[in-house]
Design a protein around this ligand. Structure first.
Ligand SMILES: [Fe+2]
Length: 393
């Protein structure tokens, strides 16, 4: 059977890259762009840096600065209506996954009639971006700048379906992540870890994605704890930005699987942050995957710096790898579900939601993800996390 891999989105990477944003946007033929971001990006001064770079290159800017938290379909409709009213010829998303996903989806409304909710698709089918979409991440985690996926919260259900389109360019400047608070840095870092781990174990896995995903995990294992100790550790910030970007490129080809469906279930049922949801269930998910694809799961443990004797059973490989993942979580002092006010029963009840949404993600899982297995993974995750450390960030 053949495999398919691609570099979906070209990347400009490096400290100070944001200053090249104007020239790059101009080279794409844009003269009047909609800049999409939120109040925290504005307050940090990052938005102004991007606006200066655009304006210095003679690009007119229209501002939509209302992104706060994960975007819903109503916000995307409002953002798209502004793009239409202002006749922009490009869209620039500046921020974490929320701003970038909002920019990606809103750009489509320059061609496709509103509302955006009619374009949620499963299985994925690409919509053609009518103008260049340029993405500038300010966190190291989502990888949204290099993927086709735009996750939008569908109201009133709070489900998270996706829209699929191809951005034109990613401008990744590690300096823009220096001001990320500890919790944002940690959750984003573990989101990137989950992208990598799920890419390695997805049904749609391929060898190029595996290479990038393993390199991403190696970097996260070393540099995420370092950044959490010293937020101004520039070398560590550099490597985390690379890791996030590479994990994004990895899963752009393979897609994620059950872990992201279960994270979406927790977001809808408990309202907890995406990256935290992803990592809460990741060790138990990987332990379950090991029963079916132990050699793939072992690669995650090796990338984390772990070792294996070589004669372990599939189940032992799963338990050992889950242990290495938990070690990294403990180093980063993540909060437990009960510290976030969530009970085991609440967590397990999200299994029903998982079965209603994200069919594509579930089908990409290396084992059949029945409601009973999903419920068990939630239950085991809750119990293991309860018995782990305290003193969270
Ligand atoms: Fe994610």
């Amino acid at each position: 059977m053949s495999i398919c891999y691609d570099q979906l989105v070209p990347v400009v990477f490096g400290e100070g890259a944001v200053h090249e944003l104007g020239e790059k946007v101009r080279a794409l033929g844009c003269r009047r762009v909609l800049c999409v971001y939120g109040q925290s990006v504005k307050a940090s001064g990052i938005a102004q840096k991007a606006l200066n770079a655009l304006q210095n290159a003679g690009i007119e800017t229209v501002i939509f600065d209302k992104v706060s938290g994960e975007p819903d379909d109503q916000l995307v409709d409002e953002c798209g209506a502004l793009a239409l009213a202002e006749s922009v010829d490009g869209v620039v998303g500046i921020g974490g996954g929320s701003s970038m996903d909002c920019a990606k989806a809103a750009s489509l409304l320059l061609k496709y009639p509103a509302p955006i909710r009619q374009y949620f698709t499963a299985p994925p089918s690409f919509l053609e971006a009518p103008v260049p979409v340029i993405l500038v991440p300010t966190t190291a985690g989502t990888g949204s700048e290099v993927t086709q996926v735009s996750v939008i919260t569908k109201l009133p259900e709070h489900h998270k379906p996706a829209i699929f389109m191809r951005p034109a360019l990613a401008v990744v400047d590690p300096e823009l992540t220096y001001s990320s608070p500890a919790s944002v840095t940690a959750y984003a870092g573990f989101d990137a870890f989950a992208h990598a781990a799920e890419s390695i174990t997805a049904k749609g896995r391929n060898e190029r994605s595996e290479l990038l995903a393993m390199a991403a995990i190696e970097k996260i294992a070393v540099y995420l704890p370092r950044v959490l100790k010293d937020p101004m550790d520039k070398e560590a910030r550099h490597h985390l930005s690379l890791a996030s970007n590479w994990a994004g490129i990895a899963f752009a080809d393979t897609d994620c699987h059950l872990g992201h469906a279960m994270a979406d279930g927790l977001s809808a049922g408990c309202g907890t942050p995406h990256g935290l949801n992803c990592i809460w269930i990741n060790p138990e998910l990987m332990a379950e995957c090991a029963i079916y694809i132990p050699e793939e799961v072992k690669k995650i443990g090796l990338a984390l710096g772990g070792s294996y004797r070589g004669d372990e059973s599939a189940q032992e490989i799963g338990e050992i790898t889950a242990g290495y993942i938990r070690d990294l979580m403990e180093k980063c002092q993540l909060p437990t579900p009960s510290e976030k006010g969530i009970t085991s029963e609440q967590m397990q009840s999200c299994a029903a939601t998982v079965m209603e949404i994200d069919l594509g993600l579930r089908l990409n899982c290396p084992f059949e993800a029945t409601e009973e297995i999903v419920r068990q993974i939630y239950r085991k995750s809750f119990e293991r996390l309860q018995n782990s450390r305290v003193d969270s960030i």
